[in-house]
Ligand binder design. Structure first.
Ligand SMILES: Cc1cc2nc3c(=O)[nH]c(=O)nc-3n(C[C@H](O)[C@H](O)[C@H](O)COP(=O)(O)OP(=O)(O)OC[C@H]3O[C@@H](n4cnc5c(N)ncnc54)[C@H](O)[C@@H]3O)c2cc1C
Ligand code: SF4
Length: 355
């Protein structure tokens, strides 16, 4: 699919200023998902008194690791929440609860679906609207059921109960899943050992099948990874970041001027190129709605877009994988599929989603 302004408006939405950037602070970048730009923005907003706290999502340790949504009032707390969490977290619900209890102004990091919920709630509640100064949406392919995380860790024989540090993803390009146990031992393995199942939509959340928003139409800032071949060898990972309004652009400008970010302006065409595969598939609820009927999955077609043969075939694969991972008996077999087969299957789906 070739880039056009119309396609960009459909997949990406309104963009005021787009950049490829990274935090100049190596402490922020270490442990971030991409260039640490989201974390750098939150710290900047806090340190310049534009907010009093940030709503972020971090890992919680216990019998099983989980995610918790917290109100971070210090730089250290914001740093503790770096990098992406790929399991379902009720961010909008928790954010509203935390914000209502808190007298100050906040920035909230969300996924696109949460940003839409927050916007709707804020439109009905002026007090809430007044407190939410900024929303930052992460680009989102989809989220997984926590079953996938448990299954991957079990396969690697890692005891969650002993974990004192964990990140879904750290490090260059696709990165590694990393952690530390209470006996001091560390583990790390390729993030693709998790993401290959995630990207095949095994254990995908039901609501993600109905979602067409990849970038966060309703957020002030939107941030994602830079999947451009020419960036693979760059020793510093960058974040694609764009703003949707002047107040967000002003923050970005301040940070560049104060040398908190190294940033390069890009056109939406580049954002499109960096994310093409994900946008096209994600947007096409029509394909999933049509194909869902064969599998007893009801999906309302909210976009009424064209379905090409490859979209149709990709939607079938995704629906089969979704159904297999919903069944108690078949879900156990998914993790037993030999690695070479799962990778070839993944490459085939990637091919179908690539044009
Ligand atoms: C489920 C999921 C799917 C994603 N899919 C894509 C994709 O398909 N393509 C793409 O380009 N990028 C995707 N991303 C975004 C990408 O992984 C990075 O988050 C983004 O590039 C920003 O990187 P950063 O280094 O600037 O963020 P960091 O500085 O590492 O900060 C990340 C911030 O996000 C918050 N956060 C982490 N997980 C969640 C969550 N689940 N819900 C709400 N807040 C959270 C953290 O609290 C932290 O404040 C996804 C992220 C998630 C969580
Ligand atoms: S794909 Fe959509 S519904 Fe699913 S987690 Fe991402 S933004 Fe939310």
């Amino acid at each position: 699919m070739k880039y056009t302004k119309e396609l960009s408006a459909k997949y990406i939405g309104e963009v005021e200023h787009a950049v490829m950037a990274y935090s100049t602070d190596p402490q922020i970048r270490t442990g971030a998902a991409s260039g640490g730009v989201v974390t750098a923005i939150l710290i900047h907003l806090l340190e310049t008194s534009q907010i009093d706290a940030a709503v972020v999502t971090r890992i919680k340790y216990g019998k099983k690791i989980d995610c918790e949504v917290i109100l971070a009032k210090t730089k250290e707390e914001i740093l503790s929440a770096r990098t992406s969490k790929y399991i379902d977290v009720p961010v909008a619900k928790e954010a509203v609860r935390l914000i209502k209890e808190f007298p100050g102004r906040v920035a909230v990091v969300t996924l696109p679906c949460h940003a839409t919920v927050l916007k709707k709630l804020a439109q009905r509640d002026p007090k809430l609207a007044e407190k939410i100064k900024f929303t930052i949406a992460l680009f989102c392919g989809h989220s997984s059921q926590r079953y996938l995380l448990d299954a991957v860790l079990e396969k690697k024989r890692i005891d969650q109960e002993k974990m004192v540090d964990f990140a879904f993803r750290r490090g260059h390009w696709r990165g590694q899943m990393q952690g530390r146990l209470n006996d001091g031992s560390e583990f790390a393995f390729a993030f693709t050992d998790f993401s290959v199942y995630h990207n095949l939509n095994f254990f995908c959340l039901g609501r993600c099948l109905r979602c067409h928003d990849h970038t966060g139409y309703d957020a002030d800032f939107c941030a994602g990874d830079v999947w451009l071949k020419e960036m693979k060898d760059d020793p510093i990972k960058h974040t694609v970041m764009f703003t949707r309004n002047p107040k967000a652009s002003k923050v970005l400008d301040e940070m560049v001027q104060q040398k908190k970010l190294i940033s390069r302006d890009i056109e939406t065409k580049t954002v499109f190129r960096a994310q093409k595969r994900s946008f096209i598939y994600h947007y096409n609820v029509t394909a999933r709605s049509k194909v869902g009927k064969f599998y007893g999955v009801k999906i309302k077609d909210t976009v009424k877009t064209k379905v090409r043969w490859n979209d149709w075939l990709a939607a079938h694969i995704i629906m089969i994988n979704y159904k297999l991972s919903r069944n108690e008996k078949t879900r156990r077999w998914i993790m037993k599929i030999p690695r070479p087969i799962i990778y070839v299957y993944f490459l085939f789906l990637k091919f179908l989603q690539n044009f």
